[in-house]
Design a protein around this ligand. Structure first.
Ligand code: NAD
Ligand code: NAD
Lengths: 203, 203
């Protein structure tokens, strides 16, 4: 029902709706939402109607109702429990990031394989031994912030432990069974693509 | 000439070609490249022919020649000079990341507006005052790792200083002139989209 492009816009709509809600604004027009995202008004109307909402002429959509619908779809209302694997440089930054909790993504556990880190407090979390993660837990998602050469092994461990969604920062393509979803963020590639466009070489 | 989907695959081809080069492999087939990226063989052949390379039946493409072509397109051969703005949690992780330098993206300066950080050494860089960044520098790209509410102001400063490519981590849409390119990475949105797919709610 929801296309991938529509889905990828929902977090941005939600962020703006939350700001409106915080300042007590009751209604928002599709034109205003479209402007915030930098897309056409027609596209925004289409997105919002896919969500089952219709605006009242001249007043627009109810901020509260639209906010709740999107938050529910994105799982923000229920809150997600996230396991972070890798208490290194990147892991330390991710642990401290308020933005995850604000959007219902709560890092509830941190695991590593370094004996110097296991059992110690990092970012308020007692670091667990990755090899002790069994199936008896209530986490659904994992963030992989370990070196590239061990990332596949870590992914295998997570799949065996029953995690079904992985956000991967290691510059490797992870192979997982069909019921598991992986999204890879490659920050170096982002910079390389930026450099390419800047050169105007795509002309 | 180069489509956006083809461009977004180049960093992954390059990463694999570099690994082959490091182990002394001279040739690679389109089928092998396709398998690494998880795309079809036909798509890889199309990508590589857009780059002006053709394989020899049975042997495939020259690893060295293909590697050099892609590295040049992505600006790796010349090396890029990158300004990092924001020496906070995320900035600290990004400063220490070897992966950027390996791919020609060199963080050559770090700027902040916090008097406690300016003039101090962070990750081997003496932190500059963002307000001192004039136009007399040789940096082309910037990474923005500052809080959302100041990100637009920082972007304005960078545009005035002549930077034409921005990798933005703040959860805000930045408004810049047409000659400046912005790519935004929203890590919370990545988790939200992962959570949505995991629920299978898109069925
Ligand atoms: N630092 C960054 O800003 C950055 C940016 C982009 C991508 N990355 C990628 O993120 C990953 C982490 O980078 P980093 O800079 O934090 O590295 P790091 O070396 O600082 O941290 C890696 C952590 O992973 C742990 N680890 C290693 N093997 C493990 C295993 N088998 N099981 C569990 N934990 C294990 C280590 O003990 C360490 O704590 C790397 O793949 C890197 O390429 C990092
Ligand atoms: N920490 C993470 O893992 C993470 C993850 C995703 C996104 N982000 C985003 O990245 C940004 C940085 O996050 P953080 O956790 O590093 O925050 P932080 O508060 O630890 O660091 C922010 C840094 O920006 C500096 N700064 C503030 N205003 C500035 C200005 N006007 N000019 C120059 N420097 C200025 C501060 O002095 C500080 O050093 C935020 O927008 C956050 O939403 C962070």
């Amino acid at each position: 029902k929801l296309s991938a492009p529509t889905l990828s816009r929902l977090p941005q709509y939600l962020r703006y709706l939350e700001a409106l809600h915080a300042e007590g604004t009751g209604h928002v027009t599709s034109a205003e939402l479209a402007d915030v995202l930098g897309v056409s008004d027609a596209l925004t109307r289409k997105d919002v109607s896919t969500l089952g909402h219709s605006g009242r002429a001249g007043r627009g959509y109810s901020v509260e109702a639209l906010r709740y619908t999107i938050a529910r779809i994105l799982g923000v209302t229920s809150g997600r429990r996230v396991l972070l694997v890798g208490a290194g440089n990147l892991g330390a930054a991710l642990m401290s990031y308020q933005g995850f909790g604000d959007r219902g993504m709560n890092i509830t556990a941190v695991a590593d394989n370094d004996p110097e880190k296991i059992g110690q407090l990092h970012g308020g979390h007692k670091v667990l031994d990755i090899n002790d993660i069994g199936t008896d837990h209530d986490m659904e998602l994992a963030i992989v912030a370990v070196p590239g050469d061990v990332a596949q092994g870590v992914a295998d461990t997570l799949v065996a432990a029953g995690l079904t969604g992985i956000l991967n920062f290691a510059p490797r393509r992870l192979h997982v069974p069909d019921h598991v979803i992986v999204r890879t963020v490659d920050l170096s590639a982002e910079l390389q693509i930026l450099a390419f466009h800047r050169d105007g070489a795509s002309g």
